[in-house]
Design a protein around this ligand. Sequence first.
Ligand SMILES: C[S@@+](CC[C@H](N)C(=O)[O-])C[C@H]1O[C@@H](n2cnc3c(N)ncnc32)[C@H](O)[C@@H]1O
Length: 261
Amino acid sequence: MNADASRPTIDTSNPHPARVYDWLLGGKDNYPVDEAVGERLPPEAKDAARQNRAFMNRAAAWLASQGVDQFLDIGTGIPTAPNLHQIVQEVVPSARVVYTDNDPIVLRHAEALLVSRPEGMTDYIQADVREPLEILAHARTLLDFERPIALSLIALMHFLPDDQDPFGIVGTLVDALPSGSHLVLSHASSDIFPELSAQVAAEYAKGGIQLGFRTRAEVDRFFKGLDLVEPGLVTAPEWFKDTARPDAEGSGIYAAVARIP
Ligand SMILES: C[S@@+](CC[C@H](N)C(=O)[O-])C[C@H]1O[C@@H](n2cnc3c(N)ncnc32)[C@H](O)[C@@H]1O
C-alpha cells in the first residue's frame, strides 16, 4: 500500500462512483451526496449492480476452478462480501489477488480486502486505471508475470468516456499479460435499454461523473484479438459455467471472459 496514501482524504461534497455503487448494493459506506444520486436513478440500477456483482462471483469462481491463481482486479470498489479473494481462495487457497482503485474511500476500507488466507496473498494498489503502466509496474512486484493472470475490469471501463482512451488502456494491460491469461470484463450498455441508460448517464453527469456507456459492438472491441470463453459476450445473468443457470432476467450489463492467446 502506498505509505503517502495511508490517510486518504474523503470528499463528501461530491458523489463518487464507488460510493453510489455501494448504495445501490445496499451498503453503508456512502454519504448523502451519493445516496441522492442513487435515489434519482431508475430502480433497475439496483438490479444491474446486483447482477454485475453476481457475474463477478461466477466468473472468478470458474477461473479459480480452471487453476487460475493470480488475479489483478482494477476498479475493485468498496469491500462487499464475498470479495474476489474470498471467492477464489475458497477454490485455490494459495491464490494471490491484487486490488486497485483510485477512490480514497476504497483505500480506507482496504483492510477488509487484505485479510488473506495464510497460504495466499492479497494486496492493494491505490492507482488510476488511466495510468496502466504505473499499475503494471507495481503489480509486477506482487504477481508472477511469467504465469497466467486474470485481469478483472468489472463495471469499470464505462467510467472512461472515449476521449480517455479506454481501448488503448485495456490493450496496454492485456499486452503485458502472458499467454493463457484471461480478461474478465463487465460494462454497462447503451443499447439494451437505451432510454434507461440515457437517464442513468444524465443523473451521474449532474453529480459530475461522466459515463461512457457502450453498445454491444463497442464493448466487443475490448476483446479484440482474444478468445472469448463460452458463452461469449452476453448480458450478466446469461454468463454462467458449471453452475445452475441464474434466474433469467433482463439486464443492461454486458459481461464476458476471454483467454489471451
Ligand atoms: C461500479 S464500481 C465496481 C466495483 C467492483 N468492480 C464490482 O464490480 O463490484 C466501479 C469502481 O471503479 C472505480 N473507478 C472508477 N474510475 C476509476 C479509475 N479511473 N481508476 C481506478 N478505479 C476507478 C470506482 O472508484 C469504483 O470503485
